[in-house]
Design a protein around this ligand. Structure first.
Ligand code: DX5
Ligand code: ZN
Length: 220
């Protein structure tokens, strides 16, 4: 029996009351808090960094799942580890030495994830899959919440699911972008076990609503 996890993306939350919005999704049962870090360089948007991670750490024991959309990667990793991140994921195009970055994340006591944009080939997994704790498949181009799910992510999920099952290691398979009530079941069938959801949980008004969270879980 697969354990499914929901990772609300606080990118879509109301930042004027971020603490409350995090507590609300945790109370609804969220296992992860997905923390989108954008640098206006690797992606055309600018969001939050280690200071905000440190500020929210005392609010919850849930996993803080940091998605780095920054270039370069390595110099910000220790800051996130100190700020209480549990998982740190990065894009292979954003670092010169993928294996070194994975090692650095683990040395800092965090779990390591590798992220695949819609057009990033899966062969970046070839020599590192067994060192990873998480593989994140992007189903939108990174940079913004509220985009439409790109269906080519489904065969990619299936391919990664197969590779993870073949090596038999406990590696999370996460999907990020456009996850909604009407597609989450199909995404789960393709092999994902961890579902980032931003706008589906926080809505257009950026305020969480337990009904929206419950509908996502019920649709799984
Ligand atoms: C996009 C981010 C996502 C985003 C998802 O670059 O990585 O985590 O917040 O938002 P939705 O669920 O609205 O597509
Ligand atoms: Zn993300």
């Amino acid at each position: 029996m697969v354990k499914y996890r929901i990772a609300p993306s606080i990118l879509s939350a109301n930042f004027a009351k971020l603490g409350e919005e995090i507590t609300a999704v945790i109370d609804s049962g969220a296992d992860f808090i997905h923390f989108d870090v954008m640098d206006n360089h690797y992606v055309p948007n600018l969001t939050i960094g280690p200071l905000v991670c440190e500020a929210i750490r005392p609010l919850t024991d849930a996993i803080i799942d940091v998605h780095l959309m920054v270039e370069p990667v390595d110099r910000i990793v220790p800051d996130f580890a100190k700020a209480g991140a549990n998982i740190i994921s990065f894009h292979p195009e954003a670092t010169r030495h993928i294996d070194r970055t994975i090692g650095l994340i683990k040395e800092q006591g965090c779990k390591a994830g590798l992220v695949f944009n819609p057009a990033t080939p899966l062969n970046y997994l070839d020599h590192v899959l067994d060192k990873l704790d998480l593989v994140l498949i992007m189903s939108v181009n990174p940079g913004f919440g509220g985009q439409k799910f790109i269906p080519e992510a489904l065969p990619k999920l299936k391919a990664v699911r197969k590779r993870i099952d073949e090596i038999g290691k406990d590696i999370l398979l996460e999907i990020d972008g456009g996850v909604k009530v009407d597609n989450i079941a199909e995404i789960a069938r393709a092999g994902a076990d961890t579902f980032v959801a931003g706008s589906a949980i926080y809505g257009a008004g950026r305020d969480s609503d337990p009904h929206r969270y419950d509908s996502i879980v019920a649709a799984l």
